[in-house]
Design a protein around this ligand. Sequence first.
Ligand code: TXA
Ligand code: MG
Length: 313
Amino acid sequence: MADLGTDIDRAAALLQQGEVVGIPTETVYGLAANALRGDAVAKIFEAKNRPFFDPLIVHLASVDQVGTYATEFPLAARKLAERFWPGPLTLVLPRRAFLPDITTSGLPTVGLRSPRHPLLQQLLNRLDFPLAAPSANPFGYVSPTTAQHVQAQLGHTVPYILDGGPCQVGIESTIVGFADGVTILRLGGVVQEEIERVVGPVKLATQKNSNPLAPGQLESHYSPRKKLVLGKLPELLALHSHLQVSVLSFQTDYRHKSQVILSPSGDVREAAQRLFASLRALDAEPSELILAEAVPESGLGRAINDRLRRASA
Ligand code: TXA
Ligand code: MG
Protein backbone atom coordinates (compact mmCIF):
# COMPACT_ATOMS: atom_id res chain seq x y z
CA MET A 1 0.00 0.00 0.00
CA ALA A 2 1.06 3.61 -0.58
CA ASP A 3 2.38 5.77 2.25
CA LEU A 4 0.38 8.93 2.99
CA GLY A 5 2.06 12.14 4.09
CA THR A 6 3.04 15.72 3.41
CA ASP A 7 6.68 15.07 2.49
CA ILE A 8 7.31 17.21 -0.63
CA ASP A 9 10.94 16.03 -0.88
CA ARG A 10 9.86 12.42 -1.04
CA ALA A 11 7.16 13.13 -3.64
CA ALA A 12 9.65 15.13 -5.72
CA ALA A 13 12.31 12.42 -5.52
CA LEU A 14 9.87 9.72 -6.65
CA LEU A 15 8.62 11.86 -9.56
CA GLN A 16 12.23 12.57 -10.60
CA GLN A 17 12.79 8.81 -10.72
CA GLY A 18 9.86 8.41 -13.12
CA GLU A 19 7.43 7.07 -10.52
CA VAL A 20 3.72 7.88 -10.12
CA VAL A 21 2.58 9.81 -7.03
CA GLY A 22 -0.91 10.67 -5.73
CA ILE A 23 -1.30 14.45 -5.52
CA PRO A 24 -3.87 16.81 -4.00
CA THR A 25 -5.38 19.57 -6.12
CA GLU A 26 -8.14 22.02 -5.23
CA THR A 27 -10.53 20.10 -7.49
CA VAL A 28 -9.94 16.37 -7.01
CA TYR A 29 -6.88 14.19 -6.27
CA GLY A 30 -4.67 13.31 -9.21
CA LEU A 31 -2.25 10.55 -10.17
CA ALA A 32 0.87 12.38 -11.31
CA ALA A 33 4.00 11.64 -13.31
CA ASN A 34 6.63 13.58 -15.27
CA ALA A 35 4.64 14.79 -18.30
CA LEU A 36 7.79 14.84 -20.43
CA ARG A 37 8.63 11.15 -19.91
CA GLY A 38 6.52 8.69 -21.87
CA ASP A 39 7.58 5.74 -19.70
CA ALA A 40 6.49 7.52 -16.52
CA VAL A 41 3.15 8.62 -18.03
CA ALA A 42 2.49 5.05 -19.21
CA LYS A 43 2.42 3.96 -15.56
CA ILE A 44 -0.52 6.32 -14.92
CA PHE A 45 -2.58 4.67 -17.65
CA GLU A 46 -1.68 1.26 -16.27
CA ALA A 47 -2.60 2.20 -12.68
CA LYS A 48 -5.98 3.66 -13.69
CA ASN A 49 -6.76 1.13 -16.37
CA ARG A 50 -7.35 4.17 -18.56
CA PRO A 51 -7.79 3.87 -22.33
CA PHE A 52 -4.93 5.45 -24.30
CA PHE A 53 -7.33 7.62 -26.31
CA ASP A 54 -7.98 9.70 -23.19
CA PRO A 55 -5.41 12.55 -22.98
CA LEU A 56 -4.03 13.85 -19.67
CA ILE A 57 -4.00 17.37 -18.27
CA VAL A 58 -0.52 18.85 -17.86
CA HIS A 59 -0.14 20.79 -14.59
CA LEU A 60 2.11 23.86 -14.60
CA ALA A 61 3.68 25.90 -11.79
CA SER A 62 2.62 29.13 -13.48
CA VAL A 63 1.26 30.85 -16.56
CA ASP A 64 4.84 31.69 -17.62
CA GLN A 65 5.31 28.08 -18.73
CA VAL A 66 2.45 27.99 -21.24
CA GLY A 67 4.73 28.99 -24.13
CA THR A 68 7.09 26.12 -23.36
CA TYR A 69 4.37 23.55 -24.08
CA ALA A 70 1.90 25.34 -26.39
CA THR A 71 2.65 26.88 -29.79
CA GLU A 72 -0.16 29.43 -29.49
CA PHE A 73 -1.68 31.31 -26.56
CA PRO A 74 -4.72 33.15 -27.97
CA LEU A 75 -5.86 36.36 -26.30
CA ALA A 76 -9.03 34.78 -24.86
CA ALA A 77 -6.97 31.98 -23.29
CA ARG A 78 -4.51 34.50 -21.91
CA LYS A 79 -7.32 36.52 -20.32
CA LEU A 80 -8.84 33.40 -18.75
CA ALA A 81 -5.47 32.28 -17.36
CA GLU A 82 -4.88 35.74 -15.94
CA ARG A 83 -8.25 35.72 -14.23
CA PHE A 84 -8.57 32.11 -13.03
CA TRP A 85 -5.04 30.70 -12.60
CA PRO A 86 -3.95 29.27 -10.34
CA GLY A 87 -7.32 27.52 -10.22
CA PRO A 88 -9.81 24.96 -11.56
CA LEU A 89 -9.50 25.82 -15.25
CA THR A 90 -7.86 23.78 -18.05
CA LEU A 91 -6.97 25.43 -21.36
CA VAL A 92 -6.71 23.24 -24.48
CA LEU A 93 -4.05 24.76 -26.76
CA PRO A 94 -2.00 23.63 -29.79
CA ARG A 95 0.90 21.66 -28.38
CA ARG A 96 4.63 21.59 -28.97
CA ALA A 97 5.88 18.48 -30.76
CA PHE A 98 8.36 17.39 -28.08
CA LEU A 99 5.60 16.45 -25.63
CA PRO A 100 5.25 12.64 -25.58
CA ASP A 101 2.30 11.41 -27.65
CA ILE A 102 1.07 9.32 -24.74
CA THR A 103 0.53 12.48 -22.66
CA THR A 104 -1.78 14.04 -25.25
CA SER A 105 -3.08 10.78 -26.78
CA GLY A 106 -1.52 11.88 -30.03
CA LEU A 107 -3.79 14.93 -30.28
CA PRO A 108 -2.38 18.13 -31.81
CA THR A 109 -3.43 19.92 -28.60
CA VAL A 110 -2.54 19.78 -24.91
CA GLY A 111 -4.67 20.54 -21.85
CA LEU A 112 -2.79 22.91 -19.51
CA ARG A 113 -3.74 23.92 -15.99
CA SER A 114 -2.01 25.73 -13.16
CA PRO A 115 -3.54 24.36 -9.93
CA ARG A 116 -4.13 26.35 -6.77
CA HIS A 117 -3.50 23.79 -3.99
CA PRO A 118 -0.56 25.11 -1.92
CA LEU A 119 1.12 21.72 -1.40
CA LEU A 120 0.97 20.95 -5.12
CA GLN A 121 2.27 24.42 -5.96
CA GLN A 122 5.27 23.81 -3.70
CA LEU A 123 5.85 20.49 -5.44
CA LEU A 124 5.59 21.96 -8.95
CA ASN A 125 8.01 24.74 -8.01
CA ARG A 126 10.49 22.12 -6.84
CA LEU A 127 10.43 20.20 -10.14
CA ASP A 128 11.96 21.11 -13.48
CA PHE A 129 9.15 19.37 -15.41
CA PRO A 130 5.33 19.67 -15.43
CA LEU A 131 3.06 16.94 -14.07
CA ALA A 132 0.66 14.95 -16.20
CA ALA A 133 -2.22 13.95 -13.96
CA PRO A 134 -5.71 12.57 -14.44
CA SER A 135 -8.10 12.19 -11.53
CA ALA A 136 -6.88 9.38 -9.24
CA ASN A 137 -9.79 6.97 -9.72
CA PRO A 138 -10.20 3.79 -11.73
CA PHE A 139 -11.44 4.85 -15.19
CA GLY A 140 -15.14 5.70 -15.17
CA TYR A 141 -15.51 5.71 -11.36
CA VAL A 142 -16.23 8.65 -9.04
CA SER A 143 -13.23 11.03 -8.61
CA PRO A 144 -11.38 11.09 -5.25
CA THR A 145 -11.54 14.13 -2.99
CA THR A 146 -9.39 12.84 -0.11
CA ALA A 147 -6.04 11.03 0.08
CA GLN A 148 -7.91 8.14 1.73
CA HIS A 149 -10.09 7.72 -1.37
CA VAL A 150 -6.94 7.36 -3.46
CA GLN A 151 -5.43 4.93 -0.97
CA ALA A 152 -8.56 2.79 -0.94
CA GLN A 153 -8.74 2.33 -4.71
CA LEU A 154 -5.27 2.87 -6.14
CA GLY A 155 -3.01 2.60 -3.07
CA HIS A 156 -1.55 -0.67 -4.38
CA THR A 157 -0.40 1.03 -7.60
CA VAL A 158 1.63 3.97 -6.21
CA PRO A 159 4.41 4.27 -3.60
CA TYR A 160 3.29 7.61 -2.13
CA ILE A 161 0.25 9.87 -1.84
CA LEU A 162 0.76 13.50 -0.91
CA ASP A 163 -2.01 14.25 1.59
CA GLY A 164 -3.36 17.78 1.17
CA GLY A 165 -6.61 17.24 3.06
CA PRO A 166 -10.11 17.27 1.55
CA CYS A 167 -10.39 19.09 -1.80
CA GLN A 168 -11.86 22.59 -1.55
CA VAL A 169 -13.71 22.65 -4.88
CA GLY A 170 -14.62 18.97 -5.07
CA ILE A 171 -15.43 18.87 -8.76
CA GLU A 172 -12.96 18.73 -11.68
CA SER A 173 -11.60 21.72 -13.59
CA THR A 174 -13.57 23.42 -16.33
CA ILE A 175 -11.99 22.57 -19.70
CA VAL A 176 -12.01 25.26 -22.40
CA GLY A 177 -10.92 24.94 -26.04
CA PHE A 178 -10.24 27.71 -28.56
CA ALA A 179 -10.11 25.93 -31.94
CA ASP A 180 -13.57 27.06 -33.07
CA GLY A 181 -14.38 30.01 -30.84
CA VAL A 182 -14.21 29.75 -27.06
CA THR A 183 -15.86 26.44 -26.17
CA ILE A 184 -16.44 24.79 -22.81
CA LEU A 185 -15.53 21.12 -23.30
CA ARG A 186 -16.29 20.10 -19.72
CA LEU A 187 -18.24 22.00 -17.05
CA GLY A 188 -16.32 22.29 -13.79
CA GLY A 189 -15.01 24.43 -10.96
CA VAL A 190 -15.02 27.72 -12.89
CA VAL A 191 -18.60 28.40 -13.97
CA GLN A 192 -19.73 29.44 -17.45
CA GLU A 193 -21.07 32.79 -16.22
CA GLU A 194 -17.64 33.72 -14.78
CA ILE A 195 -15.92 32.76 -18.03
CA GLU A 196 -18.38 34.79 -20.09
CA ARG A 197 -17.73 37.83 -17.93
CA VAL A 198 -14.10 37.67 -19.12
CA VAL A 199 -14.39 36.63 -22.79
CA GLY A 200 -18.04 37.16 -23.75
CA PRO A 201 -20.50 34.44 -24.88
CA VAL A 202 -19.01 30.93 -25.20
CA LYS A 203 -20.19 27.68 -26.75
CA LEU A 204 -20.88 24.54 -24.78
CA ALA A 205 -19.60 21.35 -26.46
CA THR A 206 -22.34 18.84 -27.10
CA GLN A 207 -21.78 15.48 -25.55
CA LYS A 208 -20.35 12.78 -27.77
CA ASN A 209 -20.19 9.19 -26.82
CA SER A 210 -17.75 7.73 -29.32
CA ASN A 211 -14.39 9.27 -30.03
CA PRO A 212 -14.92 12.00 -27.43
CA LEU A 213 -12.76 15.09 -27.39
CA ALA A 214 -12.86 14.93 -23.60
CA PRO A 215 -13.84 11.56 -22.14
CA GLY A 216 -15.02 13.50 -19.12
CA GLN A 217 -17.79 14.10 -21.67
CA LEU A 218 -18.53 10.38 -22.01
CA GLU A 219 -22.21 9.82 -21.40
CA SER A 220 -21.43 7.33 -18.67
CA HIS A 221 -18.64 8.52 -16.35
CA TYR A 222 -18.11 9.51 -12.71
CA SER A 223 -20.28 6.52 -11.82
CA PRO A 224 -20.73 4.67 -8.57
CA ARG A 225 -20.87 0.88 -8.90
CA LYS A 226 -24.47 0.93 -7.80
CA LYS A 227 -27.20 2.06 -10.15
CA LEU A 228 -28.09 5.71 -9.63
CA VAL A 229 -31.50 7.08 -10.61
CA LEU A 230 -31.95 10.80 -11.02
CA GLY A 231 -35.37 12.44 -10.71
CA LYS A 232 -37.91 13.87 -8.28
CA LEU A 233 -37.15 12.22 -4.96
CA PRO A 234 -40.69 11.93 -3.53
CA GLU A 235 -41.79 10.15 -6.73
CA LEU A 236 -38.68 7.97 -6.89
CA LEU A 237 -39.06 6.96 -3.23
CA ALA A 238 -42.68 5.93 -3.82
CA LEU A 239 -41.76 4.06 -7.02
CA HIS A 240 -38.94 2.09 -5.36
CA SER A 241 -40.57 1.54 -1.95
CA HIS A 242 -40.10 -2.25 -2.30
CA LEU A 243 -36.29 -1.89 -2.55
CA GLN A 244 -33.54 -0.94 -0.12
CA VAL A 245 -32.42 2.44 -1.41
CA SER A 246 -30.06 5.26 -0.48
CA VAL A 247 -30.99 8.89 -1.00
CA LEU A 248 -28.85 11.80 -2.20
CA SER A 249 -30.68 15.10 -1.83
CA PHE A 250 -29.59 18.68 -2.32
CA GLN A 251 -31.20 20.45 0.61
CA THR A 252 -34.28 18.53 1.71
CA ASP A 253 -34.34 16.07 4.60
CA TYR A 254 -36.32 13.03 3.40
CA ARG A 255 -35.87 11.35 6.81
CA HIS A 256 -34.53 8.26 5.12
CA LYS A 257 -32.25 5.95 7.08
CA SER A 258 -29.61 5.93 4.35
CA GLN A 259 -29.31 9.46 3.04
CA VAL A 260 -26.90 12.30 2.41
CA ILE A 261 -28.07 15.91 2.25
CA LEU A 262 -25.45 17.69 0.14
CA SER A 263 -26.09 21.13 1.64
CA PRO A 264 -28.82 21.71 4.24
CA SER A 265 -28.33 25.47 3.73
CA GLY A 266 -28.72 25.16 -0.07
CA ASP A 267 -25.16 26.22 -0.93
CA VAL A 268 -24.03 24.76 -4.30
CA ARG A 269 -20.35 25.24 -3.40
CA GLU A 270 -20.78 23.03 -0.38
CA ALA A 271 -22.75 20.57 -2.50
CA ALA A 272 -19.92 20.39 -5.06
CA GLN A 273 -17.33 19.93 -2.34
CA ARG A 274 -19.26 17.00 -0.87
CA LEU A 275 -20.64 15.39 -4.04
CA PHE A 276 -18.05 12.69 -4.81
CA ALA A 277 -17.40 11.68 -1.19
CA SER A 278 -21.17 11.36 -0.72
CA LEU A 279 -21.53 9.15 -3.80
CA ARG A 280 -18.75 6.94 -2.47
CA ALA A 281 -20.37 6.75 0.97
CA LEU A 282 -23.75 5.77 -0.49
CA ASP A 283 -22.07 3.29 -2.82
CA ALA A 284 -20.74 1.55 0.33
CA GLU A 285 -24.17 1.36 2.03
CA PRO A 286 -26.07 -1.94 2.09
CA SER A 287 -28.64 -0.64 -0.42
CA GLU A 288 -29.44 -1.74 -3.95
CA LEU A 289 -29.97 1.63 -5.54
CA ILE A 290 -29.09 5.31 -5.12
CA LEU A 291 -31.92 7.78 -5.70
CA ALA A 292 -30.78 11.34 -6.36
CA GLU A 293 -32.18 14.73 -7.25
CA ALA A 294 -30.64 17.50 -9.33
CA VAL A 295 -29.46 20.75 -7.74
CA PRO A 296 -30.54 24.18 -9.08
CA GLU A 297 -29.32 24.38 -12.71
CA SER A 298 -27.17 27.50 -12.56
CA GLY A 299 -23.52 28.31 -11.87
CA LEU A 300 -21.70 25.44 -10.20
CA GLY A 301 -25.03 23.63 -10.05
CA ARG A 302 -24.76 22.86 -13.78
CA ALA A 303 -21.42 21.10 -13.26
CA ILE A 304 -22.90 19.09 -10.36
CA ASN A 305 -25.94 18.09 -12.43
CA ASP A 306 -23.65 17.15 -15.32
CA ARG A 307 -21.81 14.70 -13.00
CA LEU A 308 -25.11 13.35 -11.61
CA ARG A 309 -26.50 12.78 -15.12
CA ARG A 310 -23.36 10.90 -16.18
CA ALA A 311 -23.38 8.90 -12.95
CA SER A 312 -26.94 7.85 -13.78
CA ALA A 313 -26.31 7.01 -17.47
O1 TXA B 1 -9.55 19.07 -12.05
C1 TXA B 1 -9.02 18.36 -12.89
O2 TXA B 1 -8.99 18.66 -14.09
C2 TXA B 1 -8.36 17.07 -12.40
C3 TXA B 1 -7.17 17.41 -11.52
C4 TXA B 1 -6.37 16.18 -11.14
O3 TXA B 1 -6.37 18.35 -12.17
N1 TXA B 1 -7.97 16.27 -13.51
C5 TXA B 1 -8.86 15.60 -14.28
O4 TXA B 1 -8.25 14.80 -15.22
O5 TXA B 1 -10.05 15.69 -14.15
P1 TXA B 1 -9.03 13.68 -16.04
O6 TXA B 1 -7.96 13.02 -16.81
O7 TXA B 1 -9.82 12.82 -15.13
O8 TXA B 1 -9.93 14.48 -16.99
C6 TXA B 1 -9.30 15.32 -17.92
C7 TXA B 1 -10.10 15.48 -19.14
C8 TXA B 1 -10.23 14.21 -19.91
O9 TXA B 1 -11.59 13.97 -20.16
C9 TXA B 1 -9.46 14.50 -21.17
O10 TXA B 1 -10.01 13.91 -22.28
C10 TXA B 1 -9.50 16.00 -21.27
O11 TXA B 1 -9.38 16.40 -19.96
N2 TXA B 1 -8.38 16.50 -22.06
C11 TXA B 1 -7.08 16.47 -21.77
N3 TXA B 1 -6.35 16.94 -22.78
C12 TXA B 1 -7.21 17.29 -23.76
C13 TXA B 1 -7.08 17.80 -25.08
N4 TXA B 1 -5.89 18.04 -25.61
N5 TXA B 1 -8.20 18.04 -25.79
C14 TXA B 1 -9.42 17.78 -25.26
N6 TXA B 1 -9.60 17.26 -24.04
C15 TXA B 1 -8.52 17.01 -23.29
MG1 MG C 1 -11.34 11.80 -14.42
